[in-house]
Design a protein around this ligand. Structure first.
Ligand code: SAM
Length: 355
């Protein structure tokens, strides 16, 4: 079985951590009042820079921007994702991570990587490191080794934790801790617990170079938004399914409420919920339907991942659906980053005071 996340007892008992309670209260307040300026408590965070590997359309970037962090590097092999990223964030991502030369990657404080999940996921072939794409984790490790950032946040499907009886994940943690010297914690978090009407469970792995960082995962106790907040009032006609598909769904299922997302599983069973099942990049054409009538629009899919409407769609429907299905939920990343920033700033403050 993979190692359990460590507890941070040490942090709470160390007398150097005099400001711990005060900052914890600030974090609690900021969680209740999202409009609160975190800078009021933690000073200038623009000093913290990050690299956005496998950046996609920038779920990490969107959250980091909202907290004032600065992107210094991004890469993604997909041309369309790069186009959307560049248009929205004004940064041109590099391409294939495995072809990067370390001398061309600038230094940065935090590494983000939602690395491709196909080799580990139940959707894929469960071939793990035997699949060439699985080796992309080793490209992350290579960059961590060369650049030695203060911290990292990795994301993947939750099946990564149990893949190959936990051996794949254990090896990943072993490399991060023993070979690269990071203090690592991980947790499976669900987008539904961070306010989004989407059941999407992902494992997040967070590491710090300094083992005394007071990091704890966010609790995820936000109330789920109603679907009506996500759905477009006048969706375009092109999102409606054919009469044949509509009939087949309505013959199989009757929903008690509306709006609901109707989900057809692999065996053809249909169920409906006041939230969406996990969006996927390569989902079959009619896998999720609003009220059994129409597909989610690209804008609705972006909203289900927590992207604001200020995120501009520049690719076609099919590319944007794929990109949204691949993205990391913005509010989860934001909640984790608040804790990472707190850990980083708190430590810096203590180190300065102790010096
Ligand atoms: C799970 S998605 C990450 C999405 C991203 N976190 C977001 O919020 O949009 C994985 C991404 O890795 C990219 N990718 C796959 N192989 C790659 C490679 N060799 N080099 C760089 N990016 C790669 C894919 O194009 C895809 O956008």
């Amino acid at each position: 079985m993979p190692k359990k996340p460590k507890k941070l007892e040490l942090v709470k008992t160390n007398p150097l951590f005099g400001k711990f309670d005060q900052v914890v209260k600030a974090v609690a307040r900021s969680e209740k009042q999202p409009q609160l300026e975190l800078g009021d408590y933690w000073g200038d965070k623009s000093a913290l820079t990050y690299a956005d590997l496998f950046c996609g359309i920038g779920g990490f970037h969107q959250a980091a921007d909202e907290l004032g962090l600065k992107c210094v590097f991004a890469c993604d092999i997909d041309k369309e994702a790069r186009k959307a990223y560049e248009h929205n964030y004004g940064i041109t991502p590099e391409g294939d991570v495995s072809r990067l030369q370390m001398k061309n990657v600038p230094d940065f404080d935090i590494l983000f990587a939602g690395f491709p999940c196909q080799p580990f996921s139940i959707i894929g072939n469960r071939e793990g490191f035997g699949d060439a794409r699985g080796t992309l984790f080793f490209d992350i490790a290579k960059i961590l080794k060369a650049k030695k950032p203060k911290a990292f946040v990795l994301e993947n499907v939750k099946q990564l934790v149990s893949h190959n009886k936990g051996k794949t994940f254990e090896r990943i943690i072993e490399i991060l801790e023993d070979e690269l010297g990071y203090d690592v914690e991980y947790q499976v978090l669900n987008a539904k617990d961070f306010g989004l009407p989407q059941k999407r469970e992902r494992v997040f792995i967070v590491g710090f170079r300094d083992s005394a960082k007071p990091f704890e995962f966010p609790s995820g106790d936000k109330k789920m938004k109603p679907l009506s907040d996500i759905l477009e009032k006048k969706p375009d006609e092109r999102h409606y399914v054919s009469e044949r598909i509509r009939k087949s769904r309505h013959t199989k299922h009757k929903a008690k409420k509306s709006p609901m997302i109707w989900h057809e599983n692999k065996s053809g069973n249909v169920s409906s919920h006041p939230f969406s099942c996990a969006l996927r990049a390569g989902a079959s054409y009619n896998y999720l339907l609003v009220d059994g009538e129409r597909r989610l629009s690209p804008r609705e899919m972006l909203r289900l991942q927590g992207f604001p409407d200020s995120f501009e769609i520049v690719c076609n429907d099919s590319q944007t659906r794929k990109q949204a299905g691949n993205a990391v939920p913005v509010p989860i990343v934001k909640a984790i980053l608040e804790k990472v920033i707190y850990a980083e700033q708190n430590q810096t403050e203590r180190a300065t005071r102790a010096a």
